[in-house]
Design a protein around this ligand. Sequence first.
Ligand code: FE2
Length: 364
Amino acid sequence: MAHDFLPINGTDHIEFYVGNAKQAAMFYQFAFGFELIAYAGPETGVRDRASYVLKQGKITLVLTSSLYPDSEISEHVKKHGDGVKVLALWVDDARKSFEETVSRGAEIAQIPQVLNDEFGEVVTASIKTYGETIHTFVERKNYKGPFMPGYKPRQSTFKVQPIGLKYVDHCVGNVELGKMNHWVDFYSKVMGFSLLVTFDDKDISTEYSALMSKVVSNGNGYIKFPINEPAQGKKKSQIEEYLDFYRGPGVQHIAVATDDIIFTVSEMRKRGVEFLYVPETYYDDVPQRVGTISENLDDLKKLNILVDRDEEGYLLQIFTKPVQDRPTVFFEIIERNGAKSFGKGNFKALFESIEREQALRGNL
Ligand code: FE2
């Protein structure tokens, strides 16, 4: 590959704008096993918002609520409900990342700024992507604090039990009909990503609805962004349902990796997290479709975990129901055993499962 003008070390953090960050933070601590590591709010000199920073493995989530009615955060929550505002990328040079992408046509969300405190210095700069979502470049090589200047260290008030989540595997965006290629072009031209794989409506359709998807990835493959758009079907695509309720494009799901999906999902179920359901018949052809795997099929069946295989290995995956009342953002839990793909063999079972939920909501 030619010179990578935007080297990225990984996902830095994902920031959600939510209606009640205090309660959302409790949900992710208790049910997902994230530790509270930092906080910003009135008690730390921040007057307009409260932000809780949660960490597990290499995954950092920031949950932010506005303290005032007519802020950018309040407007975002009013329009979209709880949702992802920032997909932040960890870089060695935030200014250069900003200049390289803006010179290639990125729209500016925030010009480079230097933040300081007793732990050192962080440089950030942001560009716009689909909908109201932004990418923030975070340069933290001269910083030793728990998160960023402006945030104070803070710990969970109870004993958090981690569930083995390791890193962000991929983050999926839903965009409007006809806009998928526009955003694929954005990621390739503006950010230097390459197209990894394409799924058309023949790969991803059920009797009723369809979608199309293309996956883009950065140079080292640490960042993977599938982009979905709705496709024509007999009934409403799940992507259209998302766009209706999110009121536009946005992050559809965040896939987080584990080395032990049986443990992770057992814990989440114990703690009350709800997952999409596939019928028992899904497991009938699993042995012939995926061949030998280390896990016991009965364990997978009991937890409703899905399996798929590609040329390089197999993967195990499961999807939560939406994590807020609007049928918008959800999480995927994924364990990769060699496979680098996205579970194409599960698409049909999965989309039928989503349609059952859509029908229950009266949106199919
Ligand atoms: Fe996914």
